[in-house]
Design a protein around this ligand. Structure first.
Ligand code: TF8
Length: 338
């Protein structure tokens, strides 16, 4: 009996050391269903990239890892999904870094008004060491950051008038992302800043609960804000990243192979998404005009005045992230200047 056990054990040990490679590697990928939520609709830059990520994961895992995608905030607002990830009730999502500030305050650094001047510069800083360092801060809060995607440079729409100078914000009820830096920035511009989750935004615009909002061209187009907003003012006042996150509780139970497949897919989708977003953004103004929006460029002088007006909001960023990290990001931004 003893012999039998020993020889069985030896066989098992030999089996694993001799590799029986295939058995082992296959074991490394277990059939799993991954719930992946996002806030925009399927027919958006975000939706297209999530679909690509799901396809890449299926391909690389021989269909064992199945990413089920849930768009249009059908699993909840960014905020709700973040908490579902932390609790382990949902596996993955993509959303704004700005809505993570309540969880990981360092994320507020990306909300610094006028931080980046060009998307290539944003890529370099986000994908570089300081971007990774900030992403890694999520882990102590129960989240794993996989990749930054592009939401993009934000522009203002409203139903009252063209914004040509910051004084034009006066009295405008402007929906902002629920985040202290955004609230502060737009209060300083003179707007009545109203924090609201994105999932409630269209209805709020439609019912005139708010007069305006700010988002990249792509979102103004894909979320059909042109149906409920007349004026689009080109301010490019901040660059917004998206971030793909996973539930740490769930992620830690994956094999290295599984983690590698998902990470590679998030990065591949990132590269495709940035290209797609930039291509779409370059044609979006014409499309929005066709949909009847009245578009105005803000003069460089008035942008400079907006920048000065928003300047004190930088203190809100520094209070959240600390002077050291803020300086470190500034140094990376300068290094990556176009
Ligand atoms: C916003 C953001 C949103 C994103 C999206 C829901 O205005 O720009 O578009 O967070 O993932 O809330």
């Amino acid at each position: 009996m003893k012999r039998l056990i020993i020889s069985t054990l030896t066989a098992a040990l030999l089996g694993s050391t001799l590799g029986l490679g295939q058995v082992h590697a296959a074991d490394d990928i277990r059939p799993r269903m991954i719930r992946f939520g996002y806030g925009l609709n399927e027919d958006s830059n975000q939706g297209r990239a999530v679909k690509l990520l799901a396809e890449e994961v299926a391909k690389a895992s021989d269909g064992k890892l199945k990413v089920r995608t849930f768009g249009s905030a059908s699993l909840g607002s960014d905020d709700q999904m973040q908490n579902a990830l932390i609790g382990g009730a949902q596996e993955m999502m993509v959303g704004s870094t700005a809505t993570l500030v309540g969880i990981t305050k360092e994320m507020a650094v990306w909300d610094t008004p006028f931080l980046f001047t060009d998307p290539g510069q944003a890529d370099q800083v986000l994908d570089g060491p300081v971007g990774r360092q900030i992403m890694d801060k999520l882990e102590e809060k129960g989240l794993v950051g996989l990749a930054y995607w592009e939401n993009g440079f934000r522009n203002v729409t409203n139903s009252a008038r063209p914004i040509e100078k910051f004084e034009d914000f006066n009295g405008i009820k402007l929906r902002v992302m629920p985040n202290p830096v955004f609230i502060d920035t737009f209060k300083r511009m003179g707007a009545n800043a109203v924090p609201l989750p994105f999932s409630e935004l269209f209805t709020a615009l439609e019912t005139k609960a708010v007069d305006g909002q700010e988002n990249p061209y792509n979102t103004i187009l894909s979320s059909k804000f042109y149906e409920v907003q007349k004026f689009l003012s080109v301010t490019n006042h901040v660059y917004s990243p998206w971030i793909v996150t996973a539930s740490k509780r769930w992620w830690d139970g994956l094999s290295e192979t599984e983690q590698g497949i998902i990470m590679a897919a998030a990065q591949k989708a990132r590269d495709a998404e940035r290209e797609d977003t930039r291509r779409e953004a370059s044609q979006a103004l014409a499309a929005l005009k066709e949909h009847g929006m009245q578009i105005n460029e803000v003069s460089p002088e008035e942008i400079q005045r907006m920048r000065e007006q928003a300047q004190p909001a930088i203190q809100t960023v520094i209070d959240a992230v600390g002077q050291d990290l803020f300086d470190q990001v500034q140094a990376e931004v300068e290094k990556a200047a176009p």
